[in-house]
Write a protein that binds this ligand. Structure first.
Ligand SMILES: NC(=O)c1ccc[n+]([C@@H]2O[C@H](COP(=O)([O-])OP(=O)(O)OC[C@H]3O[C@@H](n4cnc5c(N)ncnc54)[C@H](OP(=O)(O)O)[C@@H]3O)[C@@H](O)[C@H]2O)c1
Length: 841
């Protein structure tokens, strides 16, 4: 039983409220109208004698009448109070197109007085009664016309003055809510959608035309919209919302409750905004709220809900009712509700089936993993979940979504109960542990467990690896490689070993197992991953090489990376090919000196390569406020520019065109501020080397900070350390020219046990870190120790010698040098400081 007070019950939606609520004789319904006797007559005629209906006089423009109505209501309801106060009355001018100044003034004043001020009086006068009830709900009937998104999206120009008065009402409701929420009063605005209450009768044709235009726009906006609904339909939908049990965490917002076949505003919002009860701009795929708040913009439209135990409402198959006299049947044996499980996969499949007539054109869908999580202990389950949700996003790859790659890995790990599958699982858990807690015993133990499983699977009595085993070995090897690459505090070069191992596995399997290259989508994804690392590894090793033989077998695996195996799009495949070629050209062939006979030929060759890099067909990014796909496009453009810059710099003066090089650099620095993030370190590195001004350095460091903040990538610590050191060299050598190659290789002899932590420069540079502790932290255990090496795009730390020289140089450059040193995180010891002061004097 509830008590309702409703304004505007003489007709339209208000009358329908009165009718529906009073159908239940236990309810008490009080209607406020301007014409009391006319309204009473209508109620009697249309609803008969309903003892639970009371009609009171109340005019929104007449405060005294409202006050009297509140007093009369108090007499009727007594201590029960008012459960629902519904402000439905309104001055509705759907076709207002006032042109004359006086008319605008008159209509606006009337609209504001009735629709805004009148409701303020109403709320204030009736609030004491509302507070007496348990339900405490105040609902203002607003309009979609006051929805800024709707106006902007559909360019709705009609009913401007009416819409403004309803927008004012929305704000008034929000303000009341803000004030009375603490008292447990729920204020909300609800829109009934487009309702046929006779507004369109007797309308002159020119005005009907604008109404028709509005309907047409609505149909485009919400394809399900089939025109106005009846008051009965609208009120039914509104009731379902306003009678809902209250969710205390939900704040107030306006909801468009539409009739049958119309899309509700709430449905059109993204689920994250709906849950947060905030206005959603419905931008796809990510709305602005979610983008700014860095939240996951969850589903639009259809939402799956998960059945709970004994939840019969959602059960598809449940125990059928048995007539009392019939004998028990087998159906009676069903003790619980049974569920048909539907996942996002089923819906994706359905969408594909519904959209395509030819089954062969269906894209390959990920097959859901069938596994029993109870096989894993609780900490492994937790880590695996972390791997899927978070850690996998930092797997270094290009052209594939890293999280999707993570899902592939998890499927491979859980598909079988073999040592190789176990190796994949353990390696994934090791990576997750490293990502979550840094380098510590759990990560190490899991890594060793992965290695043991791999070793067990390698001794299995099998003549060669079957295709699926190959997939597992590749996945495990690449995860172990990623584990090494991800560590920023350890200079182990094991990653190259894992990569070489993976390539060997694929090469041998490719020769023994026909069909390996085709037909296995998992393998295609994994091979693309290998290919990316292989290319970048070649770059890293050659980049940092002083000319000695690199340790990684650099020959591309024969046939391993056939284009037909790859799922990568063409610009990425071409990009990686070109990067391979750049590595090839500037390493294996010794670059002839400018004076030599072959210099011209070689220059021509380099120019062809440059032309080919420039001709890579990379799509243009659309806007500055770009979405994720635009970010990918910008990263590709950055790759392209980084390759061009690198080619110029490494050509030993043969491609000596400072203007052109500068052009590439300027373009790159123009792109970086537009990037939300850049997980790939190669372009950051190469372009960071070119940052000579504070402005450019800030641009680079900001990009790194943005990327690190998203926890999407492995640590940029090494990258930052190297860039800081290079920038210091550039500043210190401002009078002379340090060769690009010299700069690159000057860090080559870094001792493996020295780590530079930019956050604690004092301990590092002044050597205050206790040597034992530092060593224990950075060095892998003895059985894993490897000679110092580098990893893709990351570099060994600055040697102590170089740091020492920087301190010296800082001292010798007086204050300027000291300031630079401070910026670089170099802490000048007391003795150095004395020398600086001395030099100043
Ligand atoms: N119909 C739609 O498509 C639609 C769409 C969106 C929102 N809405 C909103 O839904 C609510 C109901 O709309 P409706 O279509 O049913 O409107 P309606 O048919 O025009 O009815 C308006 C009601 O408000 C009353 N009213 C007008 N001025 C008043 C005043 N000064 N004091 C007290 N009552 C007054 C009218 O009483 P009298 O009989 O005395 O004039 C009438 O009962 C309104 O708030 C409207 O803005 C309607």
């Amino acid at each position: 039983m509830s008590v309702y007070v409703i304004t505007g019950t003489s007709r339209g939606i208000g009358f329908e409220f009165l009718k529906q609520f009073s159908e239940d004789p236990k309810n008490l319904v009080i209607g406020l109208v301007r014409d009391k006797s006319g309204a009473e007559k209508k109620v009697k005629q249309q609803l008969g004698d309903r003892a639970n209906v009371h009609i009171l006089h109340g005019d929104l423009t007449d405060y005294a009448s409202l006050k009297q109505a509140a007093a009369d209501t108090a007499d009727i309801v007594g201590e029960r109070g008012v459960d629902y106060l519904l402000a439905s009355a309104a001055f509705t001018t759907l076709f207002d197109q006032a042109e004359q100044v006086e008319e605008i003034d008159r209509v606006s004043a009337e609209l504001y007085q009735i629709n805004a001020t009148g409701n303020i009086h109403l709320f204030k006068l009736f609030l004491p009664l509302v507070m007496k009830s348990k339900t405490k709900k105040v609902i203002a009937i607003t309009s979609g016309h006051a929805d800024l998104d709707l106006i902007n999206d559909l360019d709705i120009d009609v009913a401007a003055l009416y819409s403004a008065s309803k927008a004012a009402l929305n704000v008034i409701v929000a303000k009341f809510s803000a004030q009375y929420k603490k008292d447990g009063v729920l204020f909300m605005s609800l829109s009934p959608g487009v309702v046929d209450v006779g507004h369109y009768e007797n309308v002159p044709p020119e005005k009907l035309q604008s109404a028709a235009g509005f309907m047409e726009k609505m149909t485009k906006y919400a394809p399900h919209f089939k025109g106005p609904v009846t008051p009965s339909e609208a009120v039914t939908v509104i009731r379902s919302t306003l009678e809902k049990k209250r969710n205390s965490s939900r704040s107030i917002r306006s909801i468009t409750a539409m009739g049958k076949g119309q899309m509700t505003k709430a449905e059109a919002d993204c689920a994250t905004c709906r849950r947060r009860a905030i206005r959603c701009d419905r931008a796809r795929p990510n709305c602005s709220n979610c983008t700014h708040a860095k939240r996951k913009c969850q589903w639009y439209g259809l939402r799956l809900s998960w059945p709970r135990d004994n939840d019969r409402r959602r059960a598809i198959v449940s125990k059928p009712p048995r007539p009392a006299h019939s004998a028990p049947t087998s159906a009676d044996q069903i003790s619980e509700a049974r569920f048909v499980h539907t996942s996002h996969w089923d819906i994706e499949l359905y969408n594909n089936l519904a959209a395509s007539s030819d089954a062969r054109t269906l894209p390959l869908l990920d097959v859901p993993i069938i596994w029993d999580p109870s096989d894993l202990d609780i900490s492994d389950r937790d880590l695996l979940d972390y791997f899927c949700r978070t850690a996998s996003s930092s797997l270094a790859t290009l052209g594939h979504d890293a999280t999707a790659l993570g899902h592939t890995i998890v499927r491979v790990a859980l598909e079988a109960d073999t040592p190789s599958a176990s190796a994949v699982l353990k390696a994934a858990l090791a990576f997750a542990s490293l990502h979550r807690h840094g380098f510590q015993s759990q990560a190490l133990e899991l890594k060793i467990a992965a290695l043991r499983s791999l070793a067990r699977s390698a001794v299995a009595p099998s003549p060669g690896l079957c295709p699926r085993e190959t997939v597992r070995h590749v996945a495990a090897g690449m995860l172990l490689c990623s584990f090494e690459v991800h560590q920023s505090s350890c200079t182990s070069g094991q990653w190259t070993g894992y990569l070489a191992g993976v390539k060997t596995v694929v090469d041998s399997a490719a020769s023994s197992a026909r069909g390996l290259r085709e037909g296995d989508p998992d393998l295609a994804v994994l091979l693309d991953w290998v290919r990316y690392h292989d290319t970048l590894a070649r770059f890293s090793l050659l980049y940092w090489s002083r000319g000695g033989a690199p340790e990684l077998p650099l020959n591309p695996s024969g046939g391993l990376f056939y284009p037909q195996v790859s799922n990568l799009g063409s610009p990425i495949v071409s990009m990686l090919d070109m990067l391979s070629q750049v590595c090839e050209v500037i390493s294996s062939v010794s670059i002839p000196s400018k004076a030599s006979d072959s210099a011209d030929d070689f220059k021509g060759f380099l120019e062809v390569i440059e032309w080919r890099i420039r001709s890579l067909s990379i799509p243009k990014a659309v806007a500055d406020d770009s979405d994720a796909s635009d970010n990918e496009t910008l990263v590709l453009q950055l790759y392209q520019l980084a390759m061009l810059i690198h080619l110029h710099r490494r050509s030993e003066g043969l491609l000596d065109n400072p203007l052109k090089t500068q052009q590439y650099i300027d373009q790159a620095f123009g792109i970086i501020p537009r990037l939300k993030y850049c997980k790939q370190q190669f372009p950051v590195h190469v372009i960071g080397f070119e940052a000579r001004t504070d402005e450019h350095r800030v641009i680079i460091l900001d990009l790194i900070a943005r990327t690190e903040k998203m926890s999407l990538s492995r640590s940029f610590n090494y990258c930052k350390v190297i860039l800081h050191a290079v920038w210091a060299q550039d500043d210190l050598a401002y009078r002379s020219n340090v060769s690009y190659q010299e700069k690159l290789t000057s860090f080559n002899n870094a001792p493996s046990n020295l780590s530079i932590d930019l956050d604690t420069p004092k301990a590092v540079v002044s050597g205050l870190r206790p040597p034992r502790a530092a060593k224990a932290q950075r060095n892998p255990p003895a059985d894993e120790a490897q000679p110092a090496q580098w990893r893709d795009g990351a570099h060994p730390p600055e040697p102590r010698r170089v740091q020492h020289e920087r301190v010296q140089a800082a001292a010798e450059h007086g204050h300027a040098g000291r300031e630079q040193a401070r910026r670089d995180g170099v802490v000048l010891g007391d003795d150095t400081g004395d020398r600086v002061d001395e030099l100043d004097r």
